[in-house]
Design a protein around this ligand. Structure first.
Ligand code: FE2
Length: 428
């Protein structure tokens, strides 16, 4: 069906590019960026299996009758409160249904179709424009283009004032869009009080529970640690929760106490896994294919606040969509398990060579940034894209690191962003 909408794809693509070209943190540009000329229908023509719609922007789109009947927005077809389809077309709509009439109202803002049983379906031009331009991403991600970054990202990193995020919907929306596009943002002026991570989560929806805690967790050095994160050893770049079939979408960390600037080690590291995966694909396609075609075992056994756990999940190191887009990087050397797929047994040295090459690229200063996150700063990352880690450190007298952390999922983050877009009357 997507090919039917090809004429509108160019328009959609232009919107994507326009959003991504704005590199400012300012929320004042949002209205402009989401405003689009209102679409009007100038004429329609009944064809054999589809309705041809001519738009005021000179585009024409042919929509199949079965698609239009399936997406009828009338109360008999679509619950107006639940906003969900009331019927199953497979049992109620003839696959070869054909409209008997189609009329456009005077201002071109509404289309009315009459069906053989006398039922009328009305469609607003804005609805048709929004839903009939073809989905270029075929995912629920927000309509901003992915922006890859490298080892010079620290100075370019989008930064947001914490109180502004809590008070200003436009600022919060801009922040969520930047996490979608860039994968890592820095929230500043958070202060050093406890419960700021919870305040931020409450502004969006809620944190994701895990084996490490039901909501917001603390990160500090402690004995008998259930995770290396609670020790002072070096943490190689990694994702959180790869031992989950469905790991967390986002990782949010607020530093409350931190080592002094003169202390050795203890600096936080980040790397854009998408960028490095692209580099590997360009440099060594065979290595990229090995990492994107075979899953890795991740395990975690232990006990924490919510009791004993014995976790196992398998993920491809690099996940690629059917269109070749990199959609996930799953990399955690610390909880990578010992089992390998049987199909890899004869290729184990090739797989290790690919893993080594990817690991060296990830940790190269060309692609990794390293800095000491200051008390009162909060980092927010796309956990399926941006890898994080830290250098080893040694606590001196009167020094300690203490932070609060939580996980969230992309579903709720994207939902919040779409709700804010509607609230602010910002539409594509
Ligand atoms: Fe971590």
């Amino acid at each position: 069906m997507y090919s039917l909408f090809s004429k509108f794809r160019q328009t959609a693509r232009l919107h994507f590019l326009r959003f991504s070209s704005v590199a400012t943190n300012s929320s004042s540009s949002l209205t402009h960026r989401f405003s689009s000329p209102s679409l009007r229908i100038t004429s329609v023509q009944l064809k054999e299996k589809k309705l041809s719609i001519q738009w005021n922007n000179s585009n024409t789109v042919d929509l199949p009758y079965v698609f239009l009947r399936d997406n009828c927005q009338e109360p008999e077809s679509f619950d107006q409160v639940a906003r969900q389809r009331l019927f199953n077309p497979a049992f109620t709509v003839d696959l070869n249904i054909r409209a008997t009439d189609a009329q456009v109202n005077e201002d071109g803002k509404q289309l009315t179709i009459t069906w053989p049983d006398g039922h009328h379906s009305r469609y607003k031009s804005t609805w048709l424009g929004r839903h009939c331009i073809g989905n270029t991403t075929m995912s629920g991600r927000l309509p901003v283009e992915t922006v890859h970054w490298e080892g010079d990202y620290y100075d370019k990193m989008p930064r947001f004032d914490f109180e502004m995020l809590l008070e200003d919907d436009r600022c919060l929306l801009e922040c969520l869009l930047k996490v979608e596009s860039h994968g890592l943002v820095l929230l500043e002026n958070v202060g050093t009080q406890l419960n700021q991570v919870k305040r931020f989560c409450d502004r969006i929806y809620y944190p994701k529970p895990s084996i490490y805690g039901r909501g917001v967790m603390t990160v500090e050095n402690k004995p008998n640690a259930s995770s290396l994160a609670y020790l002072s050893v070096e943490l190689s770049l990694h994702n959180e929760l790869p031992q989950y079939d469905y790991s967390c979408g986002l990782h949010i960390l607020h530093f409350i106490h931190q080592l002094s600037d003169s202390a050795a080690g203890g600096k936080t590291r980040f790397c854009d896994g998408f960028r490095v995966a692209e580099v590997l694909r360009e440099k060594n396609r065979a290595a990229f294919d090995l990492l994107s075609q075979y899953p890795v075992q991740f395990v975690d056994v232990g006990s924490d606040l919510v009791g004993d756990y014995d976790m196992e999940a398998w993920h491809n190191t690099i996940r690629v969509s059917s269109s070749g887009e990199i959609t996930e990087v799953n990399y955690n050397n610390h909880c990578r398990g010992p089992r390998i797929p049987s199909i890899l047994v004869d290729k184990i040295y090739e797989w290790y060579a690919a893993y080594y090459e990817f690991s060296h690229l990830l940790h190269s200063p060309d692609y990794m940034i390293e800095f000491r996150v200051q008390p009162g700063q909060m980092t927010m990352i796309n956990n399926r894209r941006v890898l994080h880690g830290r250098s080893a450190f040694k606590l001196q007298d009167n020094e300690y690191r203490y932070g609060e952390v939580c996980y969230m999922d992309w579903d709720e983050i994207r939902s919040k962003a779409r709700v804010l877009m509607k609230k602010l009357s910002l539409t594509l």
